[in-house]
Design a protein around this ligand. Structure first.
Ligand SMILES: [Zn+2]
Ligand SMILES: [Zn+2]
Length: 398
């Protein structure tokens, strides 16, 4: 029974594949930055309409929530694809290179969107036999403000109430035709901070006449690393990175102030407030010791992304059925990178996995966010297969 079903689905995927490739090429040629995905969103709506798939446009940004209603609302599974591009100039010469200078789908979101459209089209043709419902989140602004959060605020997880959410991301280090899965904690929670060290300007030859914010900032920045290793459990991966520092105008002038900013990440979300306290105390204590003052601000980033142990066997067996057991790797390492799918994972049981897109004959595969990212489009076929199978598996139909 399930063998007949998978065979029928595979044939349907092969049938729509040329059309999905055209969709991907169109999106890749016409990339749009985060919060500006107007044409991409319009284009997706047209495809949903022409396939008779119900959808709602979000009020904020350019998100779309489509739904396919089965015999019942429950279970309801949501699938997320992000659709924004990056401010990067594409450096790959091919027929469908970006037509917009300095904008490129360098994180594969064109592929994610195409996979989600393909998945929706296939599931639409099976909607009469679907036990539950499926929602499709075409999400804006993954790379910047966390479009997932605004979609959730607009109620995409309600009516019908979403029980589970899944998403995938291309991985150029993995061979096309493979996936990599990791149950449990996957991505860290994040916060940003900015510190202004306020000293007192003076001539560089008379530092005693001023309060030097440069030397104070140097002490603070190195002390932050020590504070982290002495105060946070070393077996709970956490980091502080200062990625920006600005101050001064000339080599012989001690400036009034220095500003630096950075990120805090931890795989354990509960560490974030503790690390903020470390940053606050070290900044204040060090500055005070030199007679300076500080102004510090923290900006909340994405929550931690945790893959549901309950969903893991469903996703694993679906991927094995689609790609073969040996092509399902279980060594996706947790990382302190982040993806705003974390907002879904914080709200409902979720699973996020990596989809291989490295070309088979390729010796150098460039990473995500590279000007030379060149994924194998065949990963789209495998992505549709694993997503459709996963939905059917969760619904108990495979
Ligand atoms: Zn990215
Ligand atoms: Zn991405």
């Amino acid at each position: 029974m399930s063998k007949n079903l998978t065979k029928a689905i595979d044939e349907e995927i092969n049938k729509i594949y040329p059309e999905i490739i055209k969709i991907r090429n169109h999106i890749h040629e016409n990339p749009e930055l985060s919060e500006q995905e107007y044409n991409t969103s319009e284009y997706i709506c047209n495809i949903l309409s022409s396939n008779d798939i119900e959808f709602t446009r979000m009020k904020k940004n350019n998100g779309i929530c489509a739904v396919i209603r089965g015999q019942d609302d429950k279970p309801c599974v949501g699938i997320r694809a992000d659709m924004d591009a990056l401010p990067i100039n594409e450096d790959v010469e091919w027929a469908h290179k970006s037509k917009s200078p300095n904008i490129m789908h360098a994180c594969g979101h064109d592929i994610h969107t195409s996979i989600l459209l393909g998945t929706a089209i296939i599931l639409k043709s099976h909607s009469d036999n679907l036990k539950g419902s499926v929602k499709f989140f075409f999400q804006p602004a993954e790379e910047t403000v966390g479009g997932a959060n605004s979609m959730i605020s607009e109620g995409v997880l309600e009516s019908p109430k979403v029980d589970y959410a899944i998403a995938l991301h291309i991985d150029p280090s993995l061979d096309v035709g493979t996936v990599n899965l990791c149950p449990g904690p996957l991505n860290g929670a994040s916060t940003e901070f900015e510190v202004k060290v306020c000293g007192k300007s003076s001539h560089g030859a008379h530092p005693n006449m001023g309060i030097d914010p440069i030397i104070i900032s140097c002490h603070i920045i190195t002390l932050l690393q020590s504070g982290l290793t002495r105060k946070i459990d070393p077996i709970q991966p956490s980091l502080i990175t200062v990625g920006q520092i600005h101050g001064g105008s000339k080599g012989n002038i001690i400036p009034d102030s220095v500003t630096f900013s950075g990120i805090i990440r931890s795989l354990n979300e509960s560490n974030i407030p503790k690390i903020q306290e470390i940053v606050q105390n070290i900044c204040e204590g060090t500055a005070n010791g030199f007679g300076a003052t500080i102004e510090i601000t923290f900006k909340d980033g994405y929550p931690a992304l945790t893959n549901s142990e309950e969903l893991f066997p469903f996703i694993k067996s679906s991927c094995e059925l689609a790609l073969g057991e040996s092509n399902v790797l279980l060594n996706q390492a947790p990382s302190l990178g982040c993806d705003d799918f974390a907002y879904f994972s914080k709200s409902v049981k979720s699973f996020y996995y990596d989809l291989g897109c490295k070309k088979r004959d390729c010796k150098t595969s460039y990473p995500l966010h590279s000007t030379k990212l060149d994924p194998d489009p065949e990963c789209i076929k495998f992505g549709i297969q694993t997503q459709v199978y996963s939905i059917l598996k969760i619904m108990g139909e495979l």
